[in-house]
Design a protein around this ligand. Sequence first.
Ligand code: FE2
Length: 177
Amino acid sequence: MTYTFDQFCADSHAAIAKNSGNTGREKIRENLEKLLVNEEFIKENLESQSSGKTLLYHDKDFDFYIMAHGTDARDRTGKPHDHGASWAVYGQAIGLTNMTIWNRIDDGNQIGHAELNAIQTFSLNPGQAALFDTGIIHSTAHPKPARWIRVTGTNLDTIERYSYDVDRQVINRMVPG
Ligand SMILES: [Fe+2]
């Protein structure tokens, strides 16, 4: 039977109700992979998402968000960033996302300065979802047009979080946009 978006929202709610930590978030990642094979859902909610993001669901009890994201750009590369006190699950629907996980190697004592090392790279292909738990720094690259779902533990535009310029070794507070 087709796994529907309504079922995904209900299961995500139940997963966080049962365990608000890594276990619940991992359950959302697993269930998102089931949703990503629902072609009707992708057609209705992602195909036309040629840029930016659209809110699909906000859980009023636990404050997590499910957003549709997309780009029609070619060779789009994002800066490394964290998700502040939140977490994020990325699930690929169309195209691919090249992910890089970064490790911060300085002590954080110098204001505005950060040194990062890339520790892992992988491609997220259609039907695959990845959890970036609290504290993880990652960057995304889209070599061709892509559509993806992102689930976040809260509204990332309202919390303190940072982006990183690896070459210049600079850390910047992110502003909503
Ligand atoms: Fe992210």
